[in-house]
Design a protein around this ligand. Structure first.
Ligand code: DGJ
Length: 691
């Protein structure tokens, strides 16, 4: 017997297709060596009492946990038992491949197509499509993608959060039963886990064996980890459907979103690198340093003030100016106007042209904020088309931020939004859209049935169509900050607004954990005001800038109120970002398992250069800071090490910070650099060049 083996970048997935039923996943983990002889059957065949779960686990396969597929057909119940019609595998050892399995269950009246892909970076993605082949309707209740993890994966890590504080990690034992993270918010959610991770005890960024799952979907979704006493455990994810949301008539198909699985033998950094590699397979143009006016002016769209902001931004080195909420009809505050996507004639008598033209004269790109999926009841749109609001026609759902959701699956609403957004992109030759979505969706009803599935697909279609009409247009996914960050939305947008919090201390953690999934060039990271608008905390500019430096850098600060000295320092940081940008936006992200809980050490590494930040978050307990053992370098190379950017205030810097030193990579990794003594809320940037 020769099982199907996908392998790439040190990872492998082994499928046993000796039947009966769907192939069983015998291994997802480390590559198995060159494998020039077939694997012996005795090794691959299901072990006694512990059958490896098949691609879509069901009771008939000996899996008594949550089923991979659940659904009902009125008056008839056939537990599903698939027989495989075809298995096509295109596997190139060392560079991944694809497996497509087609199966049917004639009695249950269903057919299945399962696709499994391992990309060159070793990231696995899977999706299933189920078709109803019988005359009566089939009510789909759930269809998830799952992969087994071995018994040694004894710990779980997942994430929660809220507005202004996304991606807060939580860890627990991976015990028996189900740990399920379920989202019914109609958007990915501030508390969306992003990745659900299982690993060997106390796994870190650079140590431990780790498995992770992520559903690439922006509507309702579920991620879960399940362990059964049969000695089997798995990670699974998929769309979370409401009862009656997907009912398949004969011949109709339901397809899951892509679900991603990442394995690492050396901690979270490698899990992350595989996902980053996937996102980087769609390259982006150079990320222009961006200024967004939201926290600078809010709804005050006085042209003079905005022009002054633009002048100062350009002088500081900003390359893209984004006009946020407040430019369209009736939008003087957040109580009215959403849906009326026409430039407000009172506030902007000459349209946005005076601003857009000047922004371009100053050498910057021009971007605009939209929230297309939303409507204020106090708007011309809602008055003309109250029936376009997503919900029951008899009543409106509870409002949030004075707004309701538009039913995008309604062709007229969809056509209106496409026409309006497209017309404005055309009229102002917009380079960029900040696409917001500021509420969870309550009571989503489309055509009398649950509506999040259709809404999500329609939003995706709208984004796809807009981009197809305007090649080169960039789109940011924002959702009250980071409430819509997933690989579904990232397949059709260019960056995310990581959080509404620009507080650099909170941002260090938010960016670190959001960055597990999203590489730096797609992570919107702005230098906020000296006193943060959400936390009220005042942090030094050097720290705010050193924090924003490591993403897609921008500014969210009223520069008209900044001093000359502040503007000069900001310009220095922006220039540093531009110089480091080719490294920051292409290199491998590394995070040290630094022993001092009051500090962080993270960086980005390319073969020829690297940059790190040593970040003091809180007061240190030890008098002497722990040495900086720099992860990710080539131990055989020698590097020239120097500090970069303005020095942190009142720091005790070690000798090497005064003049560049040459140090072997192995020494930097093992012995480490003597660390500076930093005050809380300060950071030292360290730059390395291979010599
Ligand atoms: C929420 C976003 O996260 C903010 O950045 C800003 O765009 C506001 N919406 C505008 O209403």
């Amino acid at each position: 017997m020769s099982p199907v083996i996908l392998s790439a970048a040190g990872a492998a997935l082994v499928l046993d297709d000796s039947g009966p039923g769907l192939p069983r996943v015998r291994h997802f983990g480390a590559a198995l060596g060159p494998l020039d002889a077939p694997l012996p059957a005795a090794v691959v065949a299901p072990a006694f009492a512990s059958p490896a779960p098949p691609l879509l686990p069901a009771q008939g396969d000996g899996w008594y946990g949550r089923p991979g597929l659940s659904g009902v057909r009125d008056g008839e119940h056939w537990p599903v038992r698939w027989s495989v019609d075809r298995l096509e595998a295109r596997a190139e050892p060392g560079s991944g491949g694809t497996v497509t399995v087609t199966a049917t269950d004639a009695q249950a009246g269903l057919s299945l197509v399962s696709e499994l892909v391992m990309d060159e970076g070793g990231l696995v993605r899977m999706r299933h499509a189920v078709t109803n082949t019988a005359p009566s309707p089939y009510r789909m209740q759930g269809l998830v993608c799952a992969l087994p993890v071995p018994a040694r994966a004894g710990e779980l890590l997942d994430f929660t959060g809220r507005w202004g504080l996304e991606k807060v990690p939580q860890r627990r034992e991976f015990g028996y039963g189900v740990w399920s993270r379920e989202n019914r918010r109609g958007r990915t959610g501030h508390d969306g886990t992003g990745l659900l991770v299982a690993g060997t005890g106390r796994f870190g960024f650079r140590s431990g064996e780790v498995w992770a799952v992520h559903a690439g979907w922006s509507g309702g979704h579920v991620h879960y980890a399940e362990r059964l006493p049969e000695g089997v455990a798995l990670l699974a994810a998929g769309e979370l459907l409401d009862p009656g949301e997907v009912v398949l008539a004969r011949g109709e198909t339901y397809r899951t979103p892509w679900v991603y699985f990442s394995w690492s033998g050396t901690g979270l950094d490698e899990v992350s690198a595989r996902v980053h590699g996937h996102l980087r397979s769609r390259p982006l143009p150079v990320r222009p340093v961006t200024l967004n006016n939201w926290e600078a002016t809010y709804f005050d769209h006085g042209l003079d003030r905005l022009l002054e902001l633009a002048e100062r931004a350009a002088a500081a080195g900003v390359e893209r100016f984004v006009l946020d909420d407040g430019w369209f009809r009736h939008r003087r505050d957040d109580r009215a106007g959403l849906g009326d996507w026409y430039v407000d004639e009172g506030v902007w008598p000459d349209g946005l042209h005076p601003l857009a033209v000047r922004v371009r004269e100053l050498g910057m790109q021009f971007g605009l904020w939209f929230e297309p999926e939303m409507v204020n009841p106090d708007s011309d749109l809602a008055r003309e088309h109250p029936d376009w609001i997503l919900g029951r026609p008899e009543r409106t759902p509870p409002p949030y931020r004075n707004q309701q959701v538009l039913d995008l699956a309604r062709p007229e609403a969809y056509a209106y939004l496409l026409e309006r957004t497209s017309a404005l992109v055309g009229e102002y030759a917009l380079d960029y859209i900040k696409w917001d979505h500021n509420r969870d969706i309550a009571e989503p009803v489309h055509d009398g049935a649950p509506g999040v599935h259709a809404q999500t697909l329609a939003a995706y279609r709208l984004l796809d169509e807009l981009r197809a009409r305007h090649p080169g247009l960039e789109i940011e996914s924002c959702s009250s900050g980071g409430a819509r960050i997933d690989l579904g939305i990232l397949a059709r947008t260019d960056r995310v607004w990581t959080s509404d919090s620009n507080d650099a201390l909170d941002r260090q953690a938010i960016q670190r954990w959001t960055g597990l999934l999203v590489p730096p060039e797609r992570l919107g990271c702005h230098v906020g005001a000296p006193g943060d608008h959400i936390t009220g905390r005042s942090l030094p500019l050097a720290f705010r800038a050193a924090t924003a430096l490591f993403g897609h850098m921008g500014v969210e600060w009223d520069l008209t109120s900044a001093s000359e000295a502040e503007l000069e320092e900001l310009a220095t940081w922006i220039a540093l970002h531009k110089r480091l940008r080719p490294l920051l936006h292409a290199g491998r992200v590394v995070r040290a398992d630094h022993p001092d809980p009051s500090a962080l050490l993270h960086g980005v590494v390319l073969p020829e250069r690297a940059v790190y930040a040593y970040v003091q978050q809180a007061s240190r307990l030890d008098m002497a800071p722990a040495p900086l053992r720099l992860p990710g370098l080539d131990p055989a190379a020698t590097y020239e090490v120097r500090t970069a950017g303005p020095a942190p205030e009142r720091a005790l810097l070690p000798e090497w910070a005064a003049a560049p030193v040459r140090v072997p990579g192995a020494v930097l990794a093992e012995l480490g650099l003597p660390a500076p003594a930093l005050r809380p809320a300060s950071a030292l940037i360290i730059e390395l060049e291979r010599v």
